[in-house]
Unconditional design. Sequence first.
Length: 431
Amino acid sequence: MKSVISHLSLVMRLLCKVHRSPLTALCSLLFVLCTLYFVSCARKDEPNRILIWHQMRVDERIILEEQMQRFMQLHPGIKVEAIYKETEELRSGFIVAAIAGQGPDLVYGPADQVGPFQVMDIIVPLENQFEKGWLDSFNPKGITWFKGHLYQIADKLGNHLTLVYNKKMISKPPETDEEFIAIAKEQTKDLDGDGRSDQYGLVWNYTEPFFYIPFFSGFGGWVMDEQGVPTLNTQANIDGLNFIKDLRDTYKVIPAESDYNVADALFKDGKAAMIINGDWSWSGYKKAGLDIGVAPLLKITKTGLWCAPMISPKGFSVNVNVSQEKLPLVVEFLKFIMEPENQLVTAKALNTMPTRTILYEHPFIKNDDILINSKKQIEFGKPMPVVPELRAIWDAMRPSYQAVLGGVKTPQVAAKEMQEMALRKIAEMNE
């Protein structure tokens, strides 16, 4: 009994590292334990079955299902199944399942989950499973190395923010912050004369730190140094915070309040000329009937730097519990799913950037305006850190950042307190 309690205590501590509160971690633990109790997956007894857990959108799932069906047609007797899970449920569920010796053969998601999974020793190093020439055929940003080993191979590169604009309202997107402010002021209008703006130059989920990062980096900052130490108490952070506040309070080109859903709805309804959103949103705007353009985020005049969003590939990692006998089959499936023709199908359907570099010379990739500008933004962007400490940094940034927007703290105080809290949370994580 003591060993069981000890094991559950360890799992709880690990879940606390990838969740924002002990309560959330506990709920995740209870949910997953119930799932494992009622659904026992005897994965070792199914050598001809490949199970995938993922958090793909519906349009991505359709393509994955088609590709799985083709793989099964080429490999009679092999069954490939995919199960969708919300991002946090997928992470916590995989942690508990893998530690218990179960779970899926493959787990799919953004690269930032690699760090927590590796620390818990629940995913397999992959560099010896694939030929060097094959790995060299990928964009280096599309394969995730951590602590000297390869832990994820991606089929999509990006998961990044860009400037999206409505071509009916803006013919040419701005390049610099000065051009942007001028255009945004022109497009912010009180259409019914009640003294309040009904149309905005820009909308986006500006209250969340992830959506603030491009401006932080545009002023010369970043969330951590090469050793993983937070770098939040800087002039770049102060300047970035002031810039966001000025957009709302001085130039009045963004709504007084906005979250993701509000911004998305305003843009789809034609009440905003521009939105900052990720590559996951583009197909939805097209389906809504908008004629959109995509452009790299702004160049900050003060620094001469382009705003650099976080770039995160999305791909597959292999469960440590996959047997040596079954591993070649899983590797073969990964090679199949990463074939250039399969990535091209996804790129055409969703405007996502493939990771196989041979496709960068394909006419569709070279001539599609959205992908051309997406590629530029990826080049300007910075890889999202995959270390577990990034979660602590997000949690440290959020309250002080929102306090600046609420007028409770100055950017100078907020930057200092972000740094102090980040260091404290990281120390608590590593206790």
